[in-house]
Ligand binder design. Structure first.
Ligand SMILES: [Zn+2]
Length: 298
């Protein structure tokens, strides 16, 4: 049995998969926001409950927002900032009495979709999360790419490529720079692009709904969004040339992306034709937690 834990900012989710990848049990608890010790205790309780209920012991993989620094063993880059700088990579294995594998949550997402999701069987997969933030992960032949800095696939904090008028220097980003892809392609970025001065912002999915109803402002906004994501993904294709790009996160539910973005990215990819497939995640919200379980391979 493989247990996956997805350590989110608002919830902690646990899943148990059998050897074939079928779900045996799934459980979701609120994340103890701001409290590292409580977070640790909550994960341990969740694993114990799963094992007690199923009557067997499993491997444990954990998806985290951010990464465990190979140099220090401490959490870094987590937007759940109460985890940053703390030794989760030592504390959790000790508390559980077994080795634990950790990976960035976007890497878990990519791993899950490459294992038995929308990109099953593909050689090189780029998984991109477009939601609250814009994470990314790379899987090659079923294995997540990590690298010495644990940042492989972190496209969200690259600058938006081929900037158009008005896009440079771009909005400020929490990472300290401006014009990051995330500031344009996250849900917040889309909402900001739509917002009229003085009116209250609406959600990204509401913008998509209004575009379906033919509202000109929403249509123009989605048009800019698609142009931007096409440029951002074209840069990924030029660098990595993945067979499949899988989109996950809330904004991946905008149906028109899957036709309009491949129609646009050809102008930016350095090739006479583009055979990369752009697909929507097959496991939806479960991808992250499933990928965490798959950290202990097949
Ligand atoms: Zn940034």
């Amino acid at each position: 049995m493989r247990i996956g834990i997805d350590l989110g900012g608002t919830k902690i989710e646990g899943i148990a998969l059998d050897a074939a990848g079928s779900t045996l049990l799934r459980r979701r608890i609120p994340a103890p926001r701001g409290d590292y010790d409580e977070t640790l205790a909550a994960v341990v309780r969740l694993v114990q409950e799963i094992e007690y209920e199923l009557g067997c012991v499993g491997t444990v993989g954990v998806g985290i927002p951010g990464a465990i620094s190979p140099a220090s063993g401490l959490v870094k880059n987590a937007n759940s900032t109460w985890l940053n700088g703390l030794p989760l990579g030592d504390d959790l294995p000790r508390r559980l009495g077994r080795p634990v594998r950790f990976a960035n949550d976007a890497n878990c997402f990519a791993l899950s979709e490459a294992a038995d999701g929308a990109a099953a069987g593909a050689h090189v997969v780029f998984g991109a999360i477009i939601g609250t933030g814009t994470g990314g992960g790379v899987v090659v032949d079923g294995r997540g790419l990590t690298g010495p800095n644990r940042v492989a696939g972190e496209w969200g904090h690259n600058p938006l490529p081929w900037p158009r008028s008005g896009e440079w220097p771009g909005p400020s980003c929490y990472c300290g720079r401006t014009g990051c892809i995330e500031t344009f392609l996250s849900g917040t970025g889309l909402a900001r692009d739509y917002a009229e001065p003085g009116s209250s912002p609406i959600s990204a999915l509401e913008i998509a709904t209004r575009s379906q109803a033919g509202e000109p402002r929403a249509l123009a906004c989605l048009d800019r969004y698609e142009d931007r994501i096409a440029r951002a993904l074209a840069a990924v294709i030029n660098l990595l040339d993945p067979d499949v790009i899988v989109l996950g996160g809330g904004l991946s539910n905008i149906e028109r992306l899957y036709t309009s973005v491949p129609e646009r990215w050809g102008s930016f990819v350095f090739s006479d034709r583009v055979d990369t497939r752009l697909v929507r995640a097959a496991h939806g919200d479960s991808s992250g937690v499933r990928g965490a379980a798959w950290l202990w391979g097949r």
